[in-house]
Design a binder for this molecule. Structure first.
Ligand SMILES: Nc1ncnc2c1ncn2[C@@H]1O[C@H](COP(=O)(O)OP(=O)(O)OP(=O)(O)O)[C@@H](O)[C@H]1O
Ligand SMILES: O=c1ccn([C@@H]2O[C@H](COP(=O)(O)O)[C@@H](O)[C@H]2O)c(=O)[nH]1
Length: 237
């Protein structure tokens, strides 16, 4: 089974705690030991937003701010690589071909951002499509996709499952400025829709939630069900 796991910067390194990074790496390594081929994509989190906020005040434009965000995602990717064992490609992949080559060699491949105008959510979706992944996981700071931002709307309700088209509708109004927050960005949602990619959005603040989701489909987040896609496959079945 081939899996792409997107790990938000806010769940990988909210406080630069090496033990937390190690815990995420352990989950990735454990899945690799189970025989999964793994691509990981790492976000920029609060550090990226801090840099973006400071540079915005200094007058940088949105593309320049995105470039700062990309730099931070790649630093976080290096952090994850540092915690992974010998099975990881030691280079942060800057494009999908390099990342795909690493996976075909049997390595775990780690990416950060690639180009302005999107977030690492879209990188993960494109990476998953490029390598024909069986499953795409978003380990983020919220336990799934809600009808509205649960941090600002107490009446927001969680979708246990939804189609990619419904996901596009729910997140369509979220701003796309550098450093913006969304469980999955709009471009990612469109890529998931066109690739008919089976996708799970879950709370990755506890990294141990990722493994049962990959192996058995067990999680409390949101399943994005492909319209016209294949039946879900799990490694343990
Ligand atoms: N409809 C929604 N459903 C769920 N979360 C939403 C929604 N709208 C906005 N959000 C916000 O999206 C945020 C999740 O994305 P956020 O960008 O913080 O982290 P991430 O995707 O894990 O990556 P990173 O921290 O690297 O940017 C949550 O904090 C939540 O407040
Ligand atoms: O491909 C990419 C990836 C990221 N960015 C910019 O970086 C920040 C942080 O990334 P997150 O995935 O949100 O953690 C993002 O808001 C963009 O500004 C990018 O431009 N292109």
């Amino acid at each position: 089974m081939r899996v792409v796991i997107s790990i938000g910067g806010s769940v990988l390194a909210p406080d630069l705690d090496p033990q937390r990074v190690e815990a995420h790496a352990s989950v990735v390594e454990s899945l690799a030991r189970e025989g999964c081929e793994i691509g990981a994509v790492v976000g920029g989190g609060g550090v990226a937003r801090d840099y973006i906020g400071a540079a915005r005040e200094l007058g940088a434009n949105e593309v320049q701010l995105d470039q700062i965000g990309i730099d931070v995602t790649r630093i976080n990717a290096r952090l994850l690589i540092a915690a992974l064992g010998s099975q990881v490609d030691p280079k942060v992949a800057h494009d999908y071909e390099d990342a795909g080559d690493a996976i075909r060699r049997g390595d775990i491949s780690v990416m950060g951002g690639v180009m302005p105008g999107q977030t690492t959510d879209a990188v993960a979706a494109a990476f998953a499509e490029y390598v024909d992944a069986d499953l795409l996981i978003y380990a983020t700071s919220v336990d799934g996709v809600f009808s509205a931002d649960p941090k600002s709307d107490p009446d927001a309700t969680k979708f246990e499952e939804m189609t990619a088209g419904e996901l596009v509708d729910v997140i369509g109004d979220i701003e796309m400025n550098a450093g913006s927050s969304a469980p999955v960005d709009l471009l990612a949602a469109k890529l998931i829709e066109r690739a008919k990619m089976r996708t799970i959005v879950l709370d990755g603040t506890d990294p141990s939630r990722v493994e049962p989701a990959v192996l058995r489909g067990e999680h409390s987040g949101t399943d994005i069900i492909p319209e016209g896609g294949d039946e879900p496959t799990y490694w343990a079945q």
